[in-house]
Write a protein that binds this ligand. Structure first.
Ligand SMILES: Nc1ncnc2c1ncn2[C@@H]1O[C@H](COP(=O)(O)OP(=O)(O)O[C@H]2O[C@H](CO)[C@@H](O)[C@H](O)[C@H]2O)[C@@H](O)[C@H]1O
Length: 605
């Protein structure tokens, strides 16, 4: 592959000079250093490679005469950088230890995502980008989230800046809430459309590659250019680029900014929520991305003959946006340890397993948490009766009855009520539920499905409801209040996903005392502990392999326990309810990854 350069990963420097506390050297310090002038090698781990002892704290100095003209405004800035390192870490002076719940080292973090709840959401990506940033902010980091402005969002304020990116003007809208700077990139032609986020009834939008390249570059300009209430974020940032839509953030950082000495101290972490979607486009589209020509190789992807499905691939050649993110980001992380392992195998790698294996040393899996405010049975405004551990039985029964009533099912407390919420596609295994329906609904059970997606499976939902009118409902659509009601009202939650990077619905279900029945894959295997009747452990039923027989067998076990061992079933519910799914643990793990990312030299420069 030509046109891109990979800096070979090196083990951390262990010389004594590096063992004291260091901060990144400022640009003026670097310019003043004779070694820098001679060798321009200033991006390493010890003092003479761009680090300086952290005596005075890292502050204002963000000036250099070597910047490209486009960011000259940054050079001239005399106001102190808002870099939160200046405040120092939250250390308890009496113990010398980090204060619990607070970060040891604080970072300027910039999330880049195509969706962010509650403003835009088609699935779990929106949930995570709407809830992890506030958790990190609460730990002391300065956090910005950048997403497209798909429509006008109430409460946001237009910032006084319009810049041109990829030949089109963009502007930013801002809102500071829950400790986070939420920024929305506006370009009416690109993002504000009558259809959905990624497409409409005619299919996916033809210019999605351009739309999200625009988002990625707008994200890189934001810390440099936006004067926010706390000041500019400046160059010392950690970008978290989520999925293929934001992968160009890593490519632009390496190909357009670092070569000019901009963002030398910044790092980019690629967060993979779903490897199946890679952002694949025809090779000819490269010229619309505004990258130097010799960077074509960073995005080029050659499909082997048996994988050439896209009509646009000329002899199997394509641009693969996610691949570009994998090879240019400083680290890669995904949303569960199980999935981090699976994506390195031919079964779970969707063709990228070799590349991911080559970056195994920089690849981590961190289990998602959940938004404790939105998904809390004690305060959920969508459900009929709020409840907690001690009012569980009464609350659960009331929500079950309300759900049955609302959907016109017989109001029976004794019947096991199964639920399913999710995209109707290959991943989520809704077809397995439809195939199991004749057996399952021959028992005395009720089933409620909520989902939208492939038209064949949407038809299957209608078939389900028409065939079993007194036992099943198949709601085709995206309805957040109904998803809460199903989570609170059902006894059991079905998750026969063929693969599942993490999965949020099982976490929500357990939080509401609803017992998951899940395929043991990815994050489902990491979070749903199989029920063991002998020692009274576990939080649900898991099955493997992902076959009709294994799924049916797990359902039979669940039914048997529900009917014959109500105490065991109740204990299962309680264990799920007590499981800690908050973001705090995950946030601390992310911080470790941030530290590793900052400690290493940029991977690609
Ligand atoms: N019809 C409908 N109506 C209302 N709400 C609906 C809905 N269909 C889905 N939802 C909601 O959308 C979210 C889906 O979460 P998942 O974890 O299943 O995510 P998804 O597969 O999209 O995301 C990817 O990213 C997430 C986040 O990292 C990973 O957990 C996951 O494994 C990976 O595939 C949940 O909040 C769910 O309630």
């Amino acid at each position: 592959m030509s046109g891109w350069q990979v800096v070979v990963h090196r083990a951390p420097c262990t010389t004594p000079v590096c063992s004291t506390s260091y901060r990144p050297a400022t640009l003026s310090e670097r310019a003043a250093c004779p070694q820098q002038r001679q060798r321009n090698l200033h991006s390493g781990l010890c003092r003479h490679r761009g680090y300086a002892p952290d005596l005075a704290g890292c502050g204002a100095e963000q000036s250099s005469s070597s910047f490209v003209a486009r960011v000259s405004s940054l050079e001239q800035s005399t106001s102190p950088s808002p870099n939160v390192h200046a405040e120092g870490p939250d250390i308890d002076p009496s113990t010398g230890q980090a204060i619990p719940g607070k970060a040891k080292t604080r970072f300027n973090i910039v999330f880049v995502s195509s969706e962010v709840a509650p403003w835009s959401k088609t699935g779990g990506l929106g949930d995570v980008c709407g809830s992890l940033p506030p958790a990190l902010a609460a730990r002391g980091h300065r956090v910005m989230v950048i997403a497209p402005m798909y429509k006008e969002y109430k409460g946001t304020k237009a910032l006084d800046l319009e810049i041109e990116i990829l030949g089109t003007p963009i502007s930013y809208y801002h809102l500071h809430e829950r400790g986070v700077d939420w920024l929305f990139v506006d370009n009416p032609g690109c993002f504000q459309r009558p259809g959905g986020l990624y497409g409409d009834t005619a299919g996916t939008y033809g210019d999605n590659q351009y739309r999200f390249a625009l988002l990625s570059q707008a994200a890189l300009e934001a810390p440099l250019q936006l004067q926010l209430p706390g000041g500019r974020y400046g160059e010392d940032c950690l970008f978290i680029a989520n999925d293929w839509h934001a992968s160009m953030t890593a490519v632009y950082l390496a190909g357009k900014y670092r070569p000019h000495g901009v963002y030398s101290d910044a790092r980019c972490i690629l967060a993979i929520h779903n490897l199946r979607h890679q952002g694949v486009f025809p090779p000819g589209t490269f010229k619309t991305l505004g990258l130097p020509g010799n960077w074509y190789g960073s995005l080029e992807w050659q499909y082997p003959p048996h994988q050439r499905q896209g009509a646009y691939e000329e002899e199997g050649r394509a641009i693969n946006t996610l691949k570009g993110g994998i090879i240019t980001s400083d680290r890669v992380c995904t949303v569960s340890p199980g999935y981090a392992w699976e994506i390195q195998t031919p079964e779970g790698g969707w063709g990228l397993e070799g590349l991911l294996r080559s970056r195994a040393y920089a690849l981590n899996g961190v289990l998602n948490g959940i938004d404790d405010e939105e998904w809390n049975p004690q305060s959920d405004p969508h459900i009929d009766t709020q409840y907690n551990g001690s009012t569980f039985s009464r609350g659960k029964a009331a929500n079950k009855a309300a759900l049955q009533r609302e959907l016109g099912l017989p109001e029976r407390p004794d019947v096991p009520l199964f639920g399913f919420i999710g995209r109707l596609d290959y991943q989520k295994g809704a077809d397995l539920i439809l195939a199991a329906a004749p057996w399952l609904l021959a028992q005395d059970v009720q089933l409620i499905c909520l989902g939208t997606g492939e038209s064949g499976l949407e038809g299957g939902m209608r078939w389900l409801e028409n065939t079993y009118p007194d036992k099943a409902r198949g709601w085709v659509g995206f309805n957040v209040p109904m998803s809460h009601k199903i989570t609170a009202g059902c006894d059991l939650q079905l998750m026969p996903s063929r693969f599942e990077p993490c999965g949020l619905n099982q976490l929500y279900a357990m939080r509401y005392g609803t017992v998951p029945v899940a395929h043991a894959t990815g994050g489902l295997r990491d979070t749903v502990l199989p029920f063991n009747p002998w020692d009274g452990t576990g939080t649900g039923w898991t099955f493997s392999p992902c076959t009709q027989e294994a799924f049916t067998s797990a359902l039979a076990n669940a039914l048997q326990t529900f009917h014959a061992h109500p105490d065991s079933f109740h204990a299962l519910q309680q264990r799920g309810l007590r499981r800690d799914s908050s973001w705090n643990k995950a946030a601390a793990e992310y911080e470790q990854i941030f530290e590793w990312a900052k400690f290493d030299r940029p991977y690609c420069s």
